[in-house]
Structure formats: C-alpha cells, structure tokens
Design a binder for this molecule. Structure first.
Ligand SMILES: *Cc1c(COP(=O)(O)O)cnc(C)c1O
Length: 624
C-alpha cells in the first residue's frame, strides 16, 4: 500500500482518488475535503460522521439483484425477502434513510429488543416483513400481537420452548378480548450442530445462546399443533455469526436447516414456507492484499443458497420455500465515513528545522550531516549502516561527557532524517532491516476523535477499518504512522504495524490542516461506541444528492454539549450550573467586571461539544 491506501480492495468503487483528494463516485462527484470544509466553516469542529444514503441503496439493490438473478438462473420457485437487523445501526438518520431508499423493495426490519420492536412498528411500511428475534417476555410478545393487529406482517421467532408457551398465553388473552385478533406468524430458530467460524462463532452451534435442539423442536411442533397455531408456523430461522470469512459453514448450516424444514413440512406444517438464513455476509475491510477478510463474492453466496435449498426441496419432494436474509453489516457498513482532523505530530522535533548545528561540530556529527546530504538510492543501505554506527558512538560520547545536549539532539535528528530518507528511497524493495527501522522512526499523529466512541470494534475485537488522508494524495506519504486518539487511555492507539503498514504525510499542522478518514464504520460501531472520557457521538450529517446531482447537507446533529453529556450520566445540570455560578460570584480574586466577563466565557465553553477544537492552528484558513 502506498498512495492509494488499498482503495481498490475495500472501496467497492464508492470513492476514487482524483489528483490530490478522495472523491465520492456518485453524481457530481464532490471531494470529501470540500464537504468537510463546508461543515467546519459553519463552526462544527471535532470529528464529523458523514452518511451517504445512496450507498445504503446500492447495497440493498445489490442484495436483491444477486438473489433474484440466482432465483431466475436456477428457476427457483420461492421468493427472496430481506429485513435489516436493527442492532447493526438504530440511529434515526440511518434508519430514516434506509426506509426512504428501500421503497421500491419489500424491505423490512428485524428487532431484537422492545425498543427495536418499537422502531420496526413505527418505521416499517405496512406489508413489508418484520422479524422479531432474541429473548422475549410477555410484554414483547404482546407488542408483536398489537403490531399484527395494526396490519404489520410480523414474524416472531421462538428462541426457546418457554417463549412458545408465552405466545400461547398471549394468543389466548388477545383472542378473548377480540375474536378477530390477527395473530403474528411464528418462526423457530434452530440450534445447529454445525458451528460458525470467526470471532462471532458463538451465534451458531450447540453452545449457542439461541435456538431449539431437535428434541425441543419436536416438542414445540406438538405444542403448536395442540393449540391450533399450526397455520401460523411460517419460518425456520438460523444465524451462524457475523463477518463470515468463507462460505463453507453457511452451506453446512443450510443443509441442516433445509432438512429440518422439509421434515416439518412433511409432518404437516402446511403453512411453513420460509427459510431465514440470518446475517453474516462479510465486508472487506482490508487495505492490504495479504490479509483479505472475505474469500467469496455475493454472487457465489446467492448461488449457493438458492441452489442448495432447491436441491433439498427436490430430494424431499416439497415446495421450494421463500428465502429471507437478515444481512446487516453488508447493508450498513459502507454508508458512513468518519472524518477527523489531525491535531499534532509528536516527533516533529526530529525535523530539519530543529537542528542546532554549531560553527564547529564534533567530527561524527559533521559526518552524519554529509551522509544525510549525499544519501541516494545506490548508497542508501551502506550510508544507513554508517549512520547507525555513528549514533551508537555519539550516545556513548554523551554518556562520557564529551559532547553536549545540543550535539546529542543534532545527532538524533540527523539519524532520523537519514533513516527516513533511506526508507523513502528503498520503500519498494522489501528489505527486512528497513521494516524494523520503521518502527523506530514512526510518527505519532494525534487525531481529534475517540477510538472507543467511533471504532469500538477496533478496541474490542482488533477489527481493522480502512483509513487514509482525504487530501494531499498527489504527494508521497513518507511517515510510518501510529494514530493516537484524544482519550487519556493508551488503548486509544492504532499502532504502526509492519505487516500492514500505514504511511501518512509529513505535514506541519501549524501551517495546514490534515484530515484522516475512517471508512466502513456504518455497522455496529455507533451504538457500541463508549463514552470513555465522556467523548460522545461525533457531529453527524446526511449527504444527499439532488436532481441536478449537487450534494445537500441534511439533518445535521451536533455532538452533545459538555453539560448534556454530564446530564446523560445523571448529573443534575442545574445544580452543576448553580455551583459554577456561585464559585465565580464568591471568588475574592476578581472584581465585578472580571466576574461577568468570566461568566460569559464559561457559558460559551459549556455550550460546546467535548471534542477538542484545535490545539495550535486556531485561525487556520484553507478556503481554496
Ligand atoms: C446480528 C444478527 C444479524 C446480522 O448479522 P450481520 O453479520 O450484521 O449480517 C442477523 N440476524 C440475527 C439473528 C442477528 O443476531
């Protein structure tokens, strides 16, 4: 990876590099920098999360297209259906866009809790499917009955026998009050003996939290039949885990689920008509060809699902069922990009401008200086070895008192400059020794964001997210880079990794702005985000394109103010306010004019969000 930051691997043609900047590959193709500058000009500093509804639409369209293509190709008789699992992203700016762009499909929502169920009841168009998974109590099941009476096409997935008993009770209650009650459809989640793979494998398999074993399934069938609910038994459901890197485990699970489906069907479950394959479709987050996360394409995935179910139906002589998916990561991840300004570079002291060369320098330092000036591609390795030799000697001389602090500083800077120059010249030669040196001269970029808030899966699961600068791409990035966030936690660091190196530009933040973008952050990250150090959700904006192709910034939600953050964790805002006021009023150190001045300043700061504004370059202008 160098200048293109692997954009062809993870970018899916959504973004492209033009001259020096990253542009959106849609309509008028604006650059991310232009949009960022426009928002910042309005006074919103700190990290900014951009949402792109056209990318949600693209994913939904692709999913439907691939499955419908496979259905046509294999002359499959069932239909394809899909729902979005809300746990992947429940934020209103996302959900509202999702509903808006999916109008032409019969796309529905999936809920795993009461709060999510409420979102599905208020946002799913009547007629589109709603699936309800996860642990449910009586109230949650009652809500499902209310939804079905509103006209929603709702399917309750039974995760255990207890839930089925509750459904039977709630059904009785609703039928007592209202003879005409419309019952929800019923699905059963099966506990697979085949397990998923990867970090999330716990979702499938015998030790899974969810699903019925074959013994429980038979019991459930009898109960359903006994209580005259057989005409509502509609779906078999499984979910083998997220970010499936390969397709084999899904095929295994499908064979298992398909045969269970066929068995129940042949037993007399006449209305049973759907297999729900859950989520798990992976996203390619990799920026390097040597660590790809996904070894299949969506087309292959769709072919395998359709073909396998068709085969089982044929062998068991049953009608081909409708196919449901609940892919979430695949739908949501590409839609958002987090853009954060770099606040500081930490080893800028190793810059040429910091050299304090004397009239007369110790001979080894003069030699170092010459090595640096004369270093070129053909002598780079030799000069590099000489330089490392010299620095050892110079440090010994310092310890023995022969050279002073200025000499020592000069030698450190010169060796840094030499290593940097050599690395730039030899970058593509794959020299092991150079790789090791990169660790020594890596630059720490302090970036105005919180990894805990915005990339929690990096912290919790070492999930890599593609990252790159959004401008300056016409020049070579030369600094091996570590990224530091602004939390006071040493885990808030994305360290330089020799195997998956990230290089950033050598910039002077006192003179120019520099923005890093994190891509594919749209799935799971937002609601998992932690308020570590009380940094909250970044300022967010929806970027839509009008008929003429121009972009519009909509539904801006600013990051919470400092006071609101505190209120959120249950501090009493007015008592904090009173205390602050009181302490200024009773201060003996200042006069009345100074007091009212301080109060004014204080309230200005309290009205701002908790991210840093800028450290040095307060009045930077880059409006060109
Ligand atoms: C989490 C979950 C999904 C979504 O999985 P992705 O990997 O995001 O596609 C789908 N179905 C169920 C039951 C889930 O728990």
């Amino acid at each position: 990876m160098n200048r293109d930051y692997g954009i062809d691997i993870w970018g899916d043609n959504n973004f492209f590099i033009k001259n020096s900047s990253v542009n959106i590959n849609y309509k008028s193709k604006p650059s991310l920098l232009e949009i960022t500058q426009n928002i910042r000009r309005e006074g919103y500093k700190g990290p900014i999360l951009l949402r792109f509804p056209h990318l949600i639409k693209k994913q939904i369209a692709t999913l439907y297209h691939q499955f419908n293509r496979a259905i046509k190709e294999f002359e499959y008789q069932g239909e394809f259906n899909a729902v979005f699992p809300l746990k992947v992203n429940q934020f209103p700016n996302f959900v509202n866009s999702l509903i808006e762009v999916s109008k032409e499909y019969n796309y529905g929502l999936e809920a795993g809790s009461k709060a999510e169920l409420l979102i599905t009841m208020t946002h799913t168009p009547i007629g589109s499917p709603i699936t309800v998974n996860g642990f449910k109590d009586r109230e949650m099941i009652s809500l499902c009955f209310i939804a079905s009476n509103m006209g929603h096409d709702i399917i309750i997935t039974i995760e255990g026998l207890g839930e089925l008993e509750t459904i039977i009770e709630v059904d009785r209650e609703f039928n007592q009050d209202n003879i005409e009650a419309i019952r929800p459809k019923i699905g059963v989640r099966i506990r697979l003996h085949s397990t998923g793979i990867g970090t999330w494998a716990k979702s499938g398999g015998y030790s899974s939290k969810f699903g019925l074993t074959s013994t429980e399934l038979l019991e459930a069938y009898d109960l359903i039949k006994k209580h005259n609910l057989l005409n509502r038994l509609y779906m078999i459901h499984f979910h083998i885990g997220s970010q499936m890197s390969e397709i084999a485990p899904l095929k295994k699970a499908l064979r298992e689920a398909g045969n269970i489906y066929a068995d129940l069907k042949n037993r007399g479950a006449n209305e049973l008509n759907a297999i729900n394959i859950g989520g798990g479709l992976a996203v390619e987050y990799s920026q390097h060809t040597n660590n790809k996360e996904m070894n299949y394409e969506l087309s292959e995935f769709a072919n395998d699902v359709v073909f396998l179910i068709k085969e089982i139906a044929k062998n068991k002589n049953i009608k081909e069922p409708d196919i449901f998916t609940e892919s979430g990561r695949f739908i949501a991840s590409s839609h958002s990009v987090l853009i954060a300004p770099v606040l500081e570079l930490f080893s800028q002291d190793y810059h040429q401008k910091s050299l304090r060369l004397k009239e007369k320098n110790p001979p080894l330092i003069s030699e170092l200086y010459d090595l640096w000036r004369e270093l070129n591609r053909s002598n780079a390795r030799e000069y590099l070895h000489d330089a490392i030799d010299h620095i050892e000697s110079l440090l010994t001389l310092f310890d023995l008192g022969y050279i002073d602090l200025e000499d020592r500083s000069n030698s450190e800077i010169l060796v840094h400059l030499i290593i940097k120059k050599a690395i730039t010249l030899l970058q593509n030669e794959g020299i092991e020794e150079l790789n090791k040196l990169q660790n020594k001269i890596q630059e720490r970029y302090l970036v105005n964001f919180s990894a805990f808030q915005s990339l929690p899966d990096f912290w919790g699961l070492q999930q890599h997210f593609p990252m790159m600068p959004i401008h300056k791409l016409d020049s070579e990035p030369t600094n091996p880079a570590t990224i530091w966030d602004i939390t006071c936690d040493s885990d808030g660091e994305i360290p330089f990794n020799n195997n998956l190196p990230l290089y950033l530009h050598d910039i002077d933040v006192t003179k120019e702005e520099y923005f890093i973008a994190f891509f594919l952050t749209g799935a799971y990250q937002e609601v998992l985000g932690m308020r570590h150090n009380l940094f909250t959700h970044p300022t967010e904006v929806v970027v839509e394109f009008d008929k003429k192709g121009k972009y519009q910034l909509k539904n801006l939600i600013e990051s919470q103010t400092i006071m609101d953050v505190l209120e959120d964790i249950d501090y009493d805002k007015s008592s904090l306010d009173k205390k602050l006021k009181q302490q200024i009023k009773s201060s003996k150190l200042i006069n009345e004019t100074q007091k009212s001045d301080l109060l004014g300043k204080l309230y200005l700061y309290l009205s701002e969000n908790s991210y840093l504004k800028t450290i040095q370059a307060n009045d930077l202008k880059m409006d060109n």
